[in-house]
Design a protein around this ligand. Structure first.
Ligand code: TXA
Ligand code: MG
Length: 325
């Protein structure tokens, strides 16, 4: 059940006391701490198992609070903030004095967003400050899109889990480098490139050519337990058969163009034809295939338009090389 006023007030007290609160957002659940409390922020890194050099996003209650947390906002950054906040857009700007360096991994920039979820917004305005929150999963694994995912993965390590129902967007926010007048996308996400370009009235540079260093964008990320292998839709049935013949439990994220009768596998999740629905379900689908104890997950990239770009980015990272330890 969705968190009520009493629970939200209690959660705000937990933040004030240096505790950790898992909070729903429209993208994924976050693992939140008072952004101005370095010890609480350190606990976030510890619970996630995340290297301290990987910066966190700070969440604020509204665009009108932006200037309290950042310095020198370029004029070009105001328009997307006005148009897309509250919403799945994160702006990287120059770090203001209120943000301790622990939040940003020592960087002089800070990532900021206003989440579009009633529980998150109520928590932020009751609390009154900024909440530093990465996705509420262990480092490298799949982001949580329900309160149950958080409880299963982080359990007692979190002081409060606020339930806000399943996340509406399902993939993380779009991160935009807004440190200069030339904006650039650092991570595709819930606000599409097409929508950003329509609002800005010009094309945005592709992520690879962007200027700032992006710590925390490791090749292997958003990964389920089973290795993910990307296959073209017309090869999926044959690859599944090969792997099954080798005695492997095959899970498939079945693209809409392939009929279910055409494939044989240990577990099949039929992917919705709409990329909005695919994005919403993606992390849950990967968790579901893990629950079936698959040895390998076969998936195809959707067309990289609109939310398809974020889905393809997460699938590529899920399929990326993994650390050997
Ligand atoms: O939708 C979201 O963005 C979710 C919800 C909880 O708000 N949060 C999220 O946080 O995805 P996280 O920590 O899993 O990913 C944040 C990423 C980092 O991995 C890093 O790549 C980037 O944001 N980031 C944060 N601060 C940055 C900075 N100062 N410069 C460049 N990239 C930054
Ligand atoms: Mg994350």
């Amino acid at each position: 059940m969705t968190a009520g006023t009493g629970e939200i007030e209690k959660a705000a007290d937990v933040l004030r006391a240096g505790g950790l609160v898992a909070l729903p957002t429209e993208t994924v659940y976050g693992l939140g701490a008072n952004a101005e409390d370095p010890a609480a922020v350190a606990r976030v890194f510890q619970v996630k198992g995340r290297p301290p050099s990987h910066p966190l996003i700070i969440h604020i209650a509204g665009a009108e609070h932006l200037d309290a947390w950042v310095d020198d906002v370029p004029a070009a950054a105001r328009l997307p903030a006005e148009r897309f906040w509250p919403g799945p857009l994160t702006l990287v700007l120059r770090r203001g004095r209120r943000v301790p360096p622990e939040v940003t991994g020592g960087l002089e920039t800070v990532a900021v967003r206003v989440p579009d979820h009633p529980v998150a917004l109520a928590l932020l305005s009751t609390f009154g400050g900024a909440v530093a929150a990465p996705s509420a999963n262990r480092f490298g694994s799949v982001s949580p899109t329900t309160a149950d995912h958080v409880r299963t993965e982080l359990g007692d390590a979190v002081d409060v889990v606020l339930d806000g129902g399943p996340c509406r967007v399902g993939v993380e926010s779009t991160i935009v480098d807004a440190t200069s007048e030339t904006l650039g996308i650092l991570r595709p996400g819930g606000v599409t490139r097409e929508d950003l370009e329509a609002v800005l009235g010009r094309a945005l540079p592709v992520p690879e050519t962007s200027r700032v260093r992006v710590p925390g964008q490791h090749p292997s990320h958003y990964a389920p337990r089973a290795p993910v292998v990307l296959v073209a839709p017309d090869r999926i049935a044959a690859e599944a058969a090969l792997a099954q013949d080798r005695g492997r439990r095959v899970g498939i994220l079945l693209p809409p163009s392939v009929p279910e009768e055409a494939v044989k596998a240990h577990a099949i999740v039929a992917v919705p034809a709409s990329t909005t629905a695919y994005a919403r379900g993606l992390f849950g689908f990967l968790r579901e295939l893990d629950e079936h104890d698959c040895d390998v997950i076969l998936a195809s990239l959707p067309p990289e338009e609109r939310l398809g770009a974020a889905v393809a980015n997460r699938l590529r990272r899920a399929a990326g090389p993994r650390p050997s330890h």
